[in-house]
Design a protein around this ligand. Sequence first.
Ligand code: ADP
Ligand code: MG
Length: 421
Amino acid sequence: MNLSTLLHETFGFPAFRANQEAVCRAATDGRDVLLVMPTGAGKSLCYQLPAIARGGTGLVISPLIALMDDQASKLTAAGLKVARIHSGLSREDSRQACRDYLDGKLQFLFIAPERMRVTGFPEMLARRKPSLIAIDEAHCISAWGHDFRPDYRTLGDYLPQLRPAPIIALTATATPTVQRDIVTQLNLQQPALFIHGFRRDNLHIEVMELSKPQRTEFITKFLADPTRRPAIVYAPSRKAAEELAEKLNGTFKAAAYHAGLDPATRERVQTQFLSGNMEVVVATIAFGMGIDKANVRTVVHAALPASVEAYYQEIGRAGRDGDPSRTILLYSYADRKMHDFFLERDYPVATDLARVARVLNEDFQSPEELRHRLKMDADTFAKSVEKLAAQSAAAYDMGGNVRATGNHAWQSGYELQVQHR
Ligand code: ADP
Ligand code: MG
């Protein structure tokens, strides 16, 4: 069947987005694929449609339960037969999923990577081979990436017995090193490479110098405007996340999310956030990988992110629906000093996030290139950072204490302007 017709009939989308059709074509034809596209660009479709077009069962390996659940419920809503196997489900559910798989009843089977290490499981899959294998968030396989998961590491060992299915590896962040690593680890055969730009025109990126004690008040006031929600606020620690969530909760519905919470609570917060019942999540970095919530209007960093790649991923969760969205990074001289100390060698640019913000609004092909460009200019920037914009206090109604870069950028489009005090 024609892929456009299939797209329309199965998902109700009128057209492919940029690049999707070429990717779907390659995978449908049975080629291995490495797909690098920005968060929110629509990567899932690039394995889902080919799996449907090829018939049989598409096997999807995904690192997070929430991610699996999200994709599975969308596919089920589209009328497809889907099963999941992960630690959050009962043993009987898993058995049933295996039976359905072997009976050829499933169009999609989602599994966690660690499942492959369960004795007999890969052999079970091999008894009735999948028609396509998708590895979502494929950068997790690489120790060079920022999100390495040991469970991904051994995946490559189990794939040969599941062939000849094409393997499609998907990620939003992959430096050339990570890309090479993905291809090697998964042993992709002459893969079709689709590496696409990272520009997000609808994101307005601001960096604001604000001392720690002022941040809670700023965030409360800023998010009090309902057009700025739903929002994700990244906090530096579990404790900070909880304290901030509690304070915000007086003004609107907010909850903390971090790896120290029990799974049921985490699950509940995620579900409420996805369904719109929770307006603000105050999270540590544990939150968000691959989460597809289209209408996040604001991402606030109440502390410096760990790296440029992490920053890019985190702000990338805003505005997936394409509507204008804001990201605001709050920092102070004290944070910068700390990062200088810990990160100077590995992340020469972590100290220079205002510059990152500016460059992110320009075109660049990869995080690697971004890093390279920033590194070259780091000295110049270090000198000018102290001169960065005052302004914006009035706009945020925060009195004379606030200095900000980016308010001008918000009003005029993108380019952040360096302003002198
Ligand atoms: P990614 O995995 O690249 O971060 P997703 O696959 O989660 O992004 O897709 C982001 C959103 O875009 C989803 O809500 C999805 O339904 C939507 N989407 C994908 N492709 C299309 C399309 N061709 N037309 C309209 N919406 C699309
Ligand atoms: Mg995705």
